[in-house]
Design a protein around this ligand. Structure first.
Ligand code: SF4
Length: 450
């Protein structure tokens, strides 16, 4: 066996320690230069942020992380044996969540595709199969992602086990989900919530309650999962707290300057739609509320120099959301309130019987109400948020939202005396958006606002 002499091993250990210290100092200098370049890029992005007419939310990072994890869960969960359901945005997610079922939302996915500007291709894939270009673009986007998954982000949503639709937002979802049931050969539950005018008659709540009870039994049967009332109550309690936090954030926008802008709210609403009732969503809205309070305490608005305040009506123009609202922000115009992100503000009463509580909330949402109620609500918003005018998005896809807007426009003008603007677009199908025309309408409207 070869043995090393003392001097050999001394010189070896010296050279080792020299090379160690060299590599240590190299790695130290590397990490120093890394941290230098990190802090440089951080200060660059801080400078860029300071130059922007709007302030970015710190909690945006958490939101992105949350939604990334959620979409990952929708992809991995089914492979691990979790059941999954596709729901419309107005369907009672608390029921599948309480049964450990992963909820997926084709409408939310449509917004994501719109923001990534891939919806036109997906809509075209649906049109190539014979679906009319007049059909809601969320529906065409979803069908297109099934027919052409290679063109769809994440290759589309994961195949569901069941479909749950509620017609409280529109009649389109009824036909859309019927097509999905036919095409994917899946069971569909349709929760029917009658449209009503003014005060809701009690029989509607009774009718919807019986269907919610049926839905619970239907889910147990088709998903082969037991329904536990104590778990459901816990999910409902979290859902109610999440919605309360969301409402508080929206409410704080009555302040001048408004701490949240329209684009902030459109992005921040994703978890309250898709994950209300989950711990992750609750944690995010606690953080958002803290940030909104901090902005109020510092007197900071979502935009740097708020001079005018407007109401936004209808869904966002997802493929142009930042350009569109930035143009206003640059002119010192903010949007402290809108009719869309506040549509998820109803919480189930924890003291109510679960089925009745679900029926009461889901049958009473904004789009299930008559036009007069909508006008009253918008007029109240204009007064309460101390607004200088309103912008109505005539959304080609969403007829229940957009039909009647000329009447709403005239009524709001007459009742509040505030100027309004109506623009034509589509939430995800940019073929119906004339950016130049809209830009010149916006410029003319800004002149009116002064
Ligand atoms: S028609 Fe309107 S409410 Fe119905 S799914 Fe389309 S965007 Fe949603």
């Amino acid at each position: 066996m070869a043995t090393k002499s003392k001097s050999q091993s001394k010189s070896q250990s010296k050279s080792q320690s020299t090379s160690q210290s060299t590599s240590q100092s190299q790695s130290q200098s590397q990490s120093k230069s890394k941290s230098k370049s990190k802090s440089k890029s951080k200060s660059q992005s801080e400078t860029q942020d300071r130059q922007r007419p709007y302030r970015r939310l710190e909690s945006e990072r958490r939101l992105k992380q949350l939604m990334k994890r959620y979409y990952l869960w929708t992809k991995v969960g089914p492979k691990l044996g979790f059941k999954t359901a596709w729901l419309t945005s107005g369907a009672p997610v608390e029921i599948p969540l309480a049964m450990g079922v992963i909820p997926q939302y084709p409408e939310n996915y449509g917004a994501l595709c719109g923001a990534q500007r891939v919806s036109v291709e997906l809509c075209q894939a649906a049109e190539a199969r014979g679906y009319s270009p007049d059909l809601c673009s969320y529906a065409r986007n979803d069908l297109g992602s099934i027919f052409a998954p290679d063109k769809a982000p994440l290759k589309g949503l994961s195949r569901p086990d069941v479909l749950i639709a509620c017609n409280n937002i529109c009649g389109t979802v009824t036909k859309w989900f019927e097509h999905l049931a036919h095409h994917l050969n899946l069971p569909l539950f349709l929760l029917d919530t009658p449209f009503y005018r003014g005060r809701r008659p009690d029989h509607i709540i009774g009718y919807a309650t019986r269907q919610v009870e049926e839905l619970i039994a239907w889910c147990e049967r088709h998903l082969r999962r037991p329904f536990s009332e104590p778990t459901f109550r816990r999910v409902v309690a979290r859902s109610a707290e999440t919605i309360t936090l969301w409402n508080e954030c929206l409410d704080m926008c009555t302040a001048r300057p408004a701490p949240l802008g329209c684009a902030d709210r459109f992005l921040a609403m994703a978890p309250v739609v898709t994950l209300r009732g989950s711990r992750a969503a609750l944690g995010y809205y606690r953080l958002l509320k803290r940030e909104v309070i901090a902005r109020l305490e510092r007197g900071e608005g979502a935009i740097r120099d708020e001079r005018r305040r407007l109401l936004w009506d209808n869904i966002a123009i997802w493929y142009d959301i930042f350009n569109f609202f930035n143009r206003f922000a640059e002119a010192g115009i903010s949007f402290p309130v809108d009719t869309y992100t506040s549509a998820w503000s109803g919480a189930i009463d924890i003291n109510d019987e679960p089925a009745r509580g679900v029926a009461r909330i889901y049958s009473g949402i904004y789009l299930n109400r008559d036009m007069q109620t909508k006008i009253d609500l918008m007029a109240r918003m204009i007064q309460r948020y101390d607004l200088d005018g309103f912008v109505l998005h005539s959304n080609r896809s969403c007829k229940p939202y957009s039909l009647g807007q000329p009447v709403i426009y005239n009524e709001l003008l007459a009742r509040t005396g505030k100027p309004g603007l109506m623009i034509e677009a589509d939430m995800v199908d940019s073929r119906h958006y004339d950016a130049k025309r809209v830009a010149s309408q916006v410029s003319a409207f800004m002149e009116v606002l002064g």
